[in-house]
Design a protein around this ligand. Sequence first.
Ligand SMILES: [Zn+2]
Length: 174
Amino acid sequence: MRKPKLIDLNDAIQHPGRHVVYDISSGLEEEEDLDLLEPVEGTLDAVSTGNLLLVTGDLTAKVVMECSRCLTPVHLSVPINISEEFSVEGTPSGYGNREHAEVKEEAEPFPLFDGNQLRYEDLIRQAIWLNLPLRPLCRESCPGLEDGDREGEHGRPEFEALSKLLGDEEESGR
Ligand SMILES: [Zn+2]
């Protein structure tokens, strides 16, 4: 198993009020069900109130999906907006004592934190799935598959390809 990619949010967690911004560019190699055209890019911003860590994200995913009517591939640019809160326990070390604040996730089935390190690709993946259109269309007026269903008119595609092939041979024979 590959090691998860992590970003260390201690700078934000130990200094409440301090916004820490991370530039993200990720191909999400672990995500097999998503057809990305290019790496997901944007920023993640983390800030702590002392007992809550707020992570917001403004990213864009360029993906290929199938048109829900005619099944042709559609290129989509999907804005990914993230806004998540995580509980923080302990006293931030930025307050000048020897203590240390840490993110506490409530028995999450898929924890996003490893200590104060965020598995940011998992966070982005979850957000992408929430933001993808359920029924993408190649265009608003896409008529769907009706045209292709009229088999009698065009014949089966494999026979069409064969007759084209034969036609080409006849032509070159002349
Ligand atoms: Zn379509």
